[in-house]
Design a protein around this ligand. Structure first.
Ligand code: HDE
Length: 711
């Protein structure tokens, strides 16, 4: 475990009340707590409550004889085991999650009557599940993919699920295309390859034939698809929703989550290596951050558009392949979310949580976005086969904290013993209960926003959904030169894996050439395709030339290097005082220094002290860290200069543009030159420059020099 925050609450103490926030959250979750089971001090029993005397041996006829069918203890155990698996999610199967709370910054009554957005003192418990889309449950965390960002708010008025992604648009405009899209991106049917990625023929075949995917695919080829951490991702509700106030006045809104730790990614080479060296990189990072008290935090905000301005934009608000640029409509902050508690049981909580965009509360409503409308059907439907019937809302993690009495009855896995005789309404037998609540400004029954609809039934896409390239172009052109290069490389890598040349050519000539000719030309060159001509689609262009909010470089975060992992490389003969100085300087910044030795054995410092290490350089390679420091020490420096393992660690860190502090000798041995983030010495000046470089996430200026370094 990281050495920082040793006194922070540990997982096993999570039910305690370490902070007021925690206390409130836990009090709210009492109904869920009741279902948590702790076997400490308990006898081993069967499911029927019978004490078990021997859990080692099946009942047999003689010690070498046949097993006996009557062994109900063995049969019960094996039968249960045989049924331990449930179907994984069709998409978003790989995920992880955490508990936390949401707190409104103030009263937003002018915007919505939703109770959880009225009072800054109200603590609303939440559970968040982050996921990848393509890969199965056991796939790698760092694959190039969209990340799911699904939040369940357990509000006093019922559960509100904000089931979003870390990208603000989607691949398709209409729900009826979702199975086609998912079948195309999933592993190919004949050989179930590739696991977790989109670099294959069927995905690129589909997206090159479906230009409405163009905008989302540029996002997926950008660094957003390889986040450094789940804590460092923006989240988006994607669709336009409505917020409705007590007077019945509605505004269109787009939901945004802004992480306090900034928006950061790993490099593609790191992502690929991590997928092998630490398949669980993201879930481990989230888990450790929460265990060590570095609680991740996001700000929830909305872009607000009055109903009267619905048609003011050069795109349709109902089209989920479009953003509202933040420069046109800024994000208004509403409140913050903090994740402060890891799950007790992965299956019961992360696996069994069931989200649905249709779970809304009074004060929130839908729009006619045809993708959203289809989702309203799909999620409940899928839970029925995934969780075995329509009573999945009774599973502890799904249970609202609000009461939920109604006349729905029976079905698989019914856990409630309903009292009374009348399971219908109106009734006169049970006094008419449970009864309807008329709509009202507070605590009223849900009332749908009264949008007027007067139309023919048609299967037709609105012309206002027809511009597929303007915003894809805006996105690409809003990137920094570094980010643009990453996008070019990502398209080249992915299309390079496509076997059919006509698919590569179609993506370049019919999609990329309409987005940006420079992008298309660069990718064509990398693929050995003829230089593309300008695209044939007349792209009207966006209202803006650039949207700086789209570049990750403009989201550095507000917490400095808090929670960033720093490798402190040591070997026998290291100067213990130098180690101490560097570790203290890092801890002063709330970073997480970890001591790494040549092996997992303690390192003997020059003054004879034994320094226990957190891991070996092989066990935790450079790709797992945000920065590297090497304390002083002649013998330790000599040992590293002679060690292939240490040199690889350092060169790889250099190549991945990490901030580093080395000794002069090592710098010379590795043949590297100092730069803004490659420093020498162990004094405060070097450490201050190092901290600044880690804050910048990567030493982008080094990119050209790093190209030449093998690692
Ligand atoms: Fe989903 N999606 N989706 N989706 N989605 C599911 O629901 C679906 C879409 C998203 O952590 C499934 O419980 C359809 C957009 C997340 O449990 C399924 C359409 C966005 C998660 C489903 C979409 C999402 C899911 C699979 C097009 C971003 C994971 C298992 C109409 C706004 C939630 C499940 C979790 C999961 C259907 C499009 C986000 C099959 C039909 C757009 C974050 O019901």
């Amino acid at each position: 475990m990281p050495s920082k925050n040793k006194d922070a609450p540990k997982h096993s103490e999570a039910a305690g009340t370490q902070t007021p926030d925690r206390a409130n959250t836990n009090a709210k979750l009492q109904s869920l707590e009741a279902d948590r089971s702790d076997a400490t001090g308990q006898a081993l029993r069967t499911n029927q409550g019978v004490r078990i005397s021997d859990n080692q041996n099946t009942l047999k006829a003689g010690d070498r004889g046949p097993s006996l069918l009557e062994d109900f203890i063995m049969r019960e155990k094996i039968t249960h085991f045989d049924h331990e698996r449930i179907p994984e999610r069709i998409v978003h199967a790989r995920g992880t999650g955490a508990h936390g709370y949401f707190q409104s910054y103030g009263c937003h009554a002018e915007l919505t009557k939703a109770g959880f957005l009225q009072d800054p003192k109200k603590i609303t418990p939440v559970f968040v599940r982050f996921s990848t889309v393509q890969g199965p449950r056991g796939s790698g965390d760092t694959v190039r993919d969209v990340r799911g960002f699904a939040v369940k708010f357990y509000t006093d008025e019922g559960n509100f699920d904000l089931v979003g992604n870390n990208m603000p648009v989607f691949f398709i405009q209409d729900a009826i295309k979702f199975p086609d899209f998912v079948h195309a991106v999933k592993p190919e049917p004949h050989n179930e390859i590739p696991t977790g990625g989109s670099a294959h023929d069927t995905f690129w075949d589909f997206v090159s034939l479906v230009p409405e995917s163009a905008h989302m695919v540029v996002w997926a080829m950008s660094d957003r698809a390889i986040p450094r951490s789940l804590r460092m991702m923006e989240g988006f509700g994607v669709h336009t929703f409505r917020l409705v106030n007590a007077e019945g006045v509605a505004h269109f809104v787009k939901f945004h989550w802004k992480p306090s730790e900034g928006v950061h990614s790993v490099l593609w080479d790191e992502a690929q290596k991590l997928a092998g060296k630490d398949t669980d990189y993201h879930r481990r990072d989230l888990w450790e951050a929460i265990e060590t008290g570095d609680y991740p935090e996001w700000e929830l905000g909305v872009q607000i558009v009055p109903e009267a301005d619905e048609h003011k934009f050069d795109f349709d608000l109902l089209d989920p392949t479009k953003i509202i640029p933040e420069e046109l409509v800024p994000v208004t902050p509403l409140g913050k979310m903090v994740l402060n508690r890891n799950p007790d049981n992965f299956f019961s909580e992360v696996e069994q949580i069931a989200f649905c965009p249709g779970h809304i509360v009074p004060g929130i409503d839908f729009t006619n976005d045809p993708l959203l409308q289809g989702r309203l059907f799909s999620y409940t439907d899928t839970q029925i086969s995934r969780l075995g019937g329509p009573n999945f809302h009774q599973i502890p993690i799904n249970r609202p904290v609000a009461p939920n009495h109604n006349n729905q009855r029976d079905a698989m896995h019914q856990h409630i013993v309903h009292k009374g005789r009348a399971a219908y309404e109106p009734n006169s037998i049970d006094g008419g209960w449970p009864k309807e609540t008329p709509p009202g400004p507070r605590d009223g029954g849900f009332e749908t926003y009264q949008e007027r609809v007067d139309a023919h039934k048609i299967r037709q896409r609105s012309d206002s959904f027809g511009d597929h390239f303007s915003q894809a172009r805006l996105f690409f052109q809003s990137m920094s030169p570094t980010e643009q290069q990453h996008i070019i490389k990502a398209y080249s890598f992915e299309l390079g894996k496509v076997e059919r040349e006509h698919i590569r050519a179609r993506q370049v000539n019919e999609i990329l050439a309409n987005i940006d000719l420079k992008l298309a030309a660069a990718v064509a060159e990398n693929l050995g395709l003829p230089a593309p001509k300008a695209g044939t689609v007349k792209v009207k262009g966006s209202q803006l030339a650039e949207s700086p909010a789209l570049s990750q470089m403009n989201h550095p975060g507000k917490v400095g290097i808090k929670g960033r992992k720093i490798a402190v490389l040591i070997a026998n003969g290291v100067d213990a005082a130098s180690v101490d100085k560097m570790v203290k300087a890092l801890e002063a910044q709330s970073a997480r220094p970890m001591l790494l030795g040549p092996t997992s054995a303690p390192v003997k410092a020059a003054d004879g002290t034994q320094l226990p290490v957190d891991a070996s350089m092989e066990g935790m390679p450079s790709i797992m860290f945000d920065g590297i420091v090497v304390p002083a020490g002649k013998a330790s420096t000599d040992a590293m200069a002679a060690s292939g393992l240490a040199k690889h660690f350092l060169l790889e860190g250099y190549k991945h543009l990490k901030a580093m502090v080395l000794t002069q000798e090592l710098l010379a041995t590795l043949g590297l030159k100092e730069d803004k983030g490659l420093l020498t010495g162990d004094d405060q000046k070097a450490m201050d420059a190092f901290v600044k470089a880690v804050e910048g996430h990567r030493v982008w200026e080094r990119e050209a020099a790093a190209e030449a370094v093998p690692a």
